[in-house]
Write a protein that binds this ligand. Structure first.
Ligand code: PLP
Length: 385
């Protein structure tokens, strides 16, 4: 069956050039970089090269890169490090629309006695900057704000926020998991102290991530063990995946232009093609400041899960804006924070494209989806033409 994969904010296909660089790390040069022999030294060499490549995509120094197992680990490590090193400060600032890797952590920290401000967003998903700045106090240990939202693609003004937060001498962390590879992320231009990224969002495998920690920023490791990563993250390095991430970063830089022109045009074509023929649709998020590959569209009065299942019959892979938690279908916290009505939030689909998508695939979705929506609406007791 034809497969049209438009779920790239969930995970991406590993680039074949990336796989080619990984294989020898698994089958020939599989040494442990800590070992005192040629195989170990070989692993150390490729690790160094990968670190340089990753640093380069965010214009950082290789010494500022700590390899981790995923974006979730990087976010946890960043926030927990700052709290541990500042025991007198009990306030965290984040947003209502973070990925659970930050949001759930901050909620659990509230139970541990921390005070968290979850800054709200408006109906386009734009952050309430006044609320953010007025929440900062002498007690604030860290501000952690995502660069771009995984569900709607909305991009936050990270440069302005980082500068304002740094004026107050507060540590600023950004979850840039959805931004790196799609947007220009420049550590020399934007004064974030810490940044998280994840391999599987940019055509490297799952299970590898990075925490960037700016030189001079104090850091206390989450995983304590061996002396790997200069003692900042214990655990034998996942060399093959780290090498993969290095190569993926190099390739992403080459595709930056394509992502922001061709992929963006395909996204716009998909969005216009669907919203012009299907009535009662809402495009969620800030269309003026959005990831080039993402569109979140609500089809009112039907269920996202039903749409996904019917699209799946045609080989179309996307995501819904709901999370099926403990048997009940809850609309996403992001759409709820934006005040998207329940009747729309439930019928939300996120399409997230990549460099592998073609115009034929977009035409295919534009052809197949409208009758699916109509069929579901015909069955819906809430739908009235
Ligand atoms: N942060 C954001 C914005 C994400 O979209 C994701 C994954 O979807 C994560 C963090 C978690 O990354 P990982 O799957 O590597 O743990």
């Amino acid at each position: 069956m034809k497969i049209v994969y438009v779920d790239n904010n969930a995970t991406t296909k590993v680039d074949t050039q990336v796989v080619e660089e990984m294989v020898p790390c698994l089958t020939e040069n599989y040494g442990n970089p800590s070992s005192m022999h040629d195989m170990g030294a070989g692993a150390g060499k490729v690790l160094k090269k990968a670190r340089e490549r990753v640093a380069s995509i965010i214009n950082a120094d290789p010494d500022e890169i700590i390899f981790t197992s995923c974006g979730t680990e990087s976010n946890n490590a960043a926030i927990r490090s700052v709290l541990k090193l500042n025991p007198g400060k009990k306030h965290i600032v984040t947003t209502m629309v973070e990925h659970p890797a930050v949001k759930s952590l901050c909620e659990s920290l509230v139970k541990d006695g921390y005070r968290t401000t979850f800054v709200p967003v408006d109906k386009k998903g734009r952050l309430d900057l006044d609320k953010l700045y007025s929440s900062l106090s002498d007690d604030t240990a860290i501000v952690s704000i995502m660069w771009a939202n995984n569900e709607t693609g909305t991009i936050f003004p990270i440069k302005e926020i980082a500068e304002k937060v740094k004026e107050k001498d507060i540590i600023f962390h950004t979850d840039a998991v959805q931004a790196v590879g799609k947007l220009n992320v420049d550590a020399a231009d934007i004064p974030f102290d810490m940044l998280s990224l994840s391999g599987h969002k940019l055509h490297a495998p799952k299970g590898v991530g990075v925490l960037y920690v700016r030189k001079g920023v104090k850091y206390s490791p989450l995983l304590i063990g061996g002396h790997q990563e200069k003692g900042l993250r214990g655990g034998t390095e996942n060399i093959a995946s780290i090498v993969a991430l290095g190569k993926a970063c190099e390739i992403a830089t080459e595709f930056y232009e394509d992502e922001n022109t061709r992929v963006k045009a395909l996204r716009d074509k998909l969005e216009a093609g669907l919203t012009s023929v299907i009535p009662k649709t809402i495009v969620n998020g800030d269309t003026e400041s959005r990831l080039p590959n993402t569109t979140s569209i609500s089809f009112e009065f039907i269920e996202g899960e039903a749409i996904l299942l019917m699209m799946n019959e045609y080989g179309i892979c996307a995501s819904s804006g709901s999370a099926c938690t403990s048997g009940s279908l809850e609309p996403s916290h992001v759409l709820r924070a934006m005040g998207v009505p329940f009747t729309a939030a439930h019928g939300t689909i996120r399409f997230s494209l990549s460099r592998y998508n073609t115009e034929d695939e977009i035409d295919y979705i534009i052809e197949k989806l409208p009758p699916v929506i109509q069929r579901l609406r015909d069955m819906s007791p809430f739908w009235k033409e």
